[in-house]
Ligand binder design. Structure first.
Ligand SMILES: [Zn+2]
Length: 359
């Protein structure tokens, strides 16, 4: 799972947990809710409004992230069908460290022995106006609503200037071209950019051929050495839970083990374990997801007590069993033991990670 997919997954989980909770019938244990313990009235109108707003905001971010991902994949498909001169390297999500504290991220960088091409990929629906002089790109939606973005041309210009500095610091001089690429063939452009070409994804191969030159400036060895310096995009910020990142109250998220199919709260039954009666499917994975949800949404650490409260289970031995079965590191002595996830990406079962490391 790459960092974009992981971000999308985290936002999807937030959307599930911010949705309205159905009451559970035949609740076996009577666990006091966090809200009750803290004396917070969750039926408070202001709280409900804030929660609805948080859900709308996160759904909007999720929509944009997913559109971006679809655009990336479409362009990747186009790139895979193109023929490049010998010695060409194609980088997606290249990250150039120009100097300490100054990093440039490039969607697609095509490095050939005779030139470099920087692509700024956009997946956007509607009608676009490139107002370079104002530093804005404006999109008009079908319903007439206008959205303003930081000028795509300026973004590209910054990347090319960064790449120039990067190459100069390695005593390399190479022509650098740039283009804004629209992943969506249906995007309408009313005002085109002046500084750089604007291409639809399907025009990319032809544009690339028009730049081709048979006079290599760099040797294959130099291109290879250079290519090793373009690292994948690094997360500069320390991972933090979504409620901190978006300044949301942890109380906004619904608790309980939620069925991965219908998103309703499920329970554990004697002799049968976790089970969704509506979908008639076992809920073992939903338990793993519930612990992961708390780690990505609320706090990077979880204690036995917090696990009980969030999963809404009654016994600490049950919470211990769950936490021990997952790939978590622990620190501190009981009852203050905290568990945290190892590495980035999805929380795994401990047995699975043992299996994969022994293979
Ligand atoms: Zn279900």
């Amino acid at each position: 799972m790459n960092s974009t997919d992981w971000e999308i997954h985290s936002l999807e989980r937030a959307v599930v947990r911010l949705q309205h909770q159905e009451p559970v019938i035949n609740e076996p244990h009577d666990v006091p809710t966090v809200e009750a313990m803290l004396g917070v009235a969750t039926n408070d109108r202001k709280f409900k409004r804030e929660r609805r707003q948080a859900l709308e905001d996160i759904e909007a971010i999720l929509y944009r992230k997913k559109a971006g991902r679809v655009g990336e994949e479409a362009v990747e498909q186009t790139l895979s069908e193109m023929i490049f001169p010998e010695g060409t390297h194609v980088f997606r999500n290249a990250s150039l460290l120009i100097r300490k504290g100054y990093r440039v991220e490039i969607d697609v960088l095509i490095l050939t022995p005779s030139f470099a091409l920087v692509l700024e990929v956009k997946n956007i629906a509607g009608t676009l106006f490139f107002n370079e002089e104002e530093g804005k790109t404006v999109r008009i939606r079908e319903n007439g609503q206008a959205d303003e973005f930081d000028c795509y041309v300026h973004q590209l210009d910054r990347q090319i200037s960064g790449l120039n500095q990067f190459l100069a610091s390695h005593q390399i001089s190479l022509p650098i071209y740039g283009a804004v690429v629209l992943a969506n063939q249906n995007t309408v452009v009313k005002k085109r950019p002046v500084t750089f070409p604007l291409l639809y994804r399907k025009q990319l191969a032809r544009h690339f051929r028009s730049l081709r030159s048979d006079n290599p400036i760099l040797s294959a060895v130099t291109v290879n050495q250079l290519s090793r310096l373009f690292g994948p995009r690094v997360e500069e910020q320390q991972e933090q839970p979504l409620c901190m990142e978006r300044d949301l109250s942890p109380l906004m998220f619904r608790r309980g083990v939620l069925c991965l199919q219908c998103n309703q709260r499920i329970l554990a039954y004697q002799g049968r374990g976790w089970y969704c009666r509506t979908c008639e499917i076992p809920g073992r994975e939903a338990v793993r997801q519930a612990v992961e949800d708390r780690l990505i949404l609320i706090n990077l650490e979880i204690t036995n007590k917090q696990c009980r409260e969030f999963l809404m289970i009654g016994h600490s031995s049950q919470a211990t069993r769950i936490l021990k079965s997952l790939e978590l590191n622990k620190f501190g002595e009981p009852p203050g033991t905290s568990y945290y996830k190892i590495g980035k990406g999805p929380l795994k079962w401990a047995e699975e990670s043992r299996k994969s490391t022994s293979q």
